[in-house]
Design a binder for this molecule. Structure first.
Ligand code: NAG
Ligand code: NAG
Length: 485
């Protein structure tokens, strides 16, 4: 008996609790609708009247309603930090815009936490993200800005565009790689060969002159002369005194030639060590398709994903196919962390909006002091970005009028520009540092001509010396007569 009683009691209690829940739910639902109906009616009538009066900006709510606002992070427009499920801190140009709307229209607002996405159509026909919240009337507006697409425009109403966004490719900026061949880079190989030949020739010349010069007091060994010739080339002194005009001119010529060549080499080598040439990176969709080891980073449930899936363009179809294999889809909130961790190692490329890339560059620059990212020159796709309100909301015209005036005075664009301050040299900087071309034989012909001319002159003088000496030796009597005079 007792068991039956207890069971019956429990049954009635559970039933009662359910009924209570249903009733309170319905009451809450209807009160939310009533609440919405109240301010929507006022907005509709009021804005119509103000529009008839010629200025829709004149409308203000008599008593401030509290609007529910969906917000997801999209730098540089919106920065969102959720402290708990009900309390968020939102900043950026979107927040400034919301505050202007709220103060001029006289409404209060409360942020509602979503699933972290902007919104895309699910397979079952429902919408996720902020667009889903708008569609289900859970919020009155989505702060956005949101990229406007045709399918999205069917479930919510978009305000006039706040701006335009271009999708570009973001990769790690290549770091200068140490190149062991930099030492050879200042000259072309022809110059190096000529230099080597000149060294060998000068070695022989110097050696032969030493043998032939009469009364020569320096070293006569083959290896001594090799060392001397090389020492002069690398700006070292000669340890013995070059005797005789022929030897002197040979030395002077070689020294002067060495001076010129080492100056070319030193200055070019120094600058090559400082200014590195960087390898090319990914500038359009074709580049990233061809790099088969690259992982693509994308934000999930964005208009770009929908575009990639629906586009008929052949290159976009290829991208779509590759995305299945090597695409990584991220939430807006985890984007920054993943980019900073994965992009610099060069195995990844992110497909993002231009302003977003600039903002991440700016954040990263202030963190690390370096430009670690690269933004592609070309863009693949562009969209208009707007704020969204729930379908048929009377807020649309009221917002439009205010956004238009903010846009006309360039105020919104200025807010966005302020967010990007500081990093412009990172995204304007050219990725390809022009390589300093090596000096060719033509550039250096004067030094070789000098070398040839000098040694030629020395040879002539040597010849003259030998001839006169030979004449004197052959006719010693005559010579002694001359000296005796
Ligand atoms: C959420 O955080 C805010 C600020 O830290 C606090 O005032 C509020 O009471 C918190 N709400 C809940 C439900 O914890
Ligand atoms: C709002 O969206 C609906 C649904 O797409 C559309 O029919 C309507 O024209 C839009 N209203 C305005 C004012 O654009």
């Amino acid at each position: 008996m007792d068991v039956v009683k207890v069971a019956g009691l429990t049954f009635y209690l559970v039933l009662g609790a359910h009924l209570l829940l249903l009733v309170t739910g319905a009451v809450a639902q209807s009160s939310a609708e009533k609440y919405r109906a109240w301010w929507q009616k006022e907005a509709r009538l009021g804005s119509a009247e103000a529009a008839r009066g010629g200025n829709i900006l004149k409308f203000r709510f008599e008593k401030a309603p509290t609007l529910l606002v969906a917000a997801e992070e999209w730098l540089p427009y919106t920065k969102v930090t959720w402290y708990n499920d009900t309390f968020a801190s939102v900043s950026g140009p979107s927040r400034k815009l919301l505050d202007v709307l709220s103060s001029t229209l006289n409404f209060k607002y409360r942020f509602v936490r979503g699933d972290g996405y902007f919104g895309a159509l699910e397979k079952d026909g429902s919408w996720n993200g902020m667009l889903g919240m708008l569609h289900r009337q859970e919020v009155d507006m989505a702060l956005g800005p949101i990229g406007v697409t045709y399918s999205r425009s069917k479930v919510a109403n978009f305000t006039v565009p706040l701006g335009q966004e271009y999708f570009r490719i973001m990769t790690g900026r290549p770091r200068p790689l140490p190149d062991p061949w930099t030492i050879a880079a200042p000259f072309t190989w022809m110059v190096w060969i000529c230099l080597l030949v000149s060294l060998l020739v000068m070695w022989m010349v110097s050696f032969m002159v030493a043998q032939l010069v009469i009364d020569f007091r320096g070293p006569r060994g083959l290896s001594d002369h090799l060392l001397t010739v090389f020492a002069v080339l690398v700006s070292q002194g000669v340890t013995w005194e070059p005797k005789g005009a022929a030897m002197r001119i040979t030395c002077i010529t070689w020294m002067f030639f060495s001076l010129i060549v080492t100056s070319y080499f030193k200055s070019s080598y120094t600058s090559l060590l400082t200014v590195k040439s960087l390898p090319a990176t990914h500038d359009d969709l074709r580049d990233i398709l061809n790099d088969h080891n690259l992982t693509f980073l994308l934000e999930d449930n964005t208009s770009f994903k929908a575009f990639v899936q629906e586009s008929e363009q052949s290159i976009v179809k290829e991208i779509s196919k590759e995305l299945k294999r090597r695409g990584r889809f991220l939430k807006a909130s985890e984007l920054q962390e993943v980019l900073e961790r994965d992009l610099p190692d060069r195995g990844h490329a992110a497909l993002l909006e231009e302003h977003t890339i600039k903002k991440y560059m700016s954040i990263n620059l202030s963190k690390t002091g370096r430009c670690n990212f690269y933004m592609s020159r070309s863009y693949s796709y562009s969209i208009y970005i707007s704020m969204a309100v729930s379908k048929g909301s009377p807020l649309l015209d009221l917002f439009n009028a205010r956004i238009l005036s903010l846009r006309e005075y360039g105020i919104y664009a200025q807010w966005v520009t302020e967010e990007l301050r500081g990093a412009s040299h990172c995204y304007l900087a050219s990725n390809r540092v022009t390589e300093i071309a090596p000096y060719t034989l033509v550039d250096m012909k004067m030094s070789f001509v000098l070398l040839g001319g000098g040694t030629g002159l020395a040879a002539l003088i040597l010849l003259w010396d030998i001839i006169t000496h030979w004449l004197l030796v052959r006719r010693p009597n005559k010579a002694s007569k001359i000296t005796r005079k």
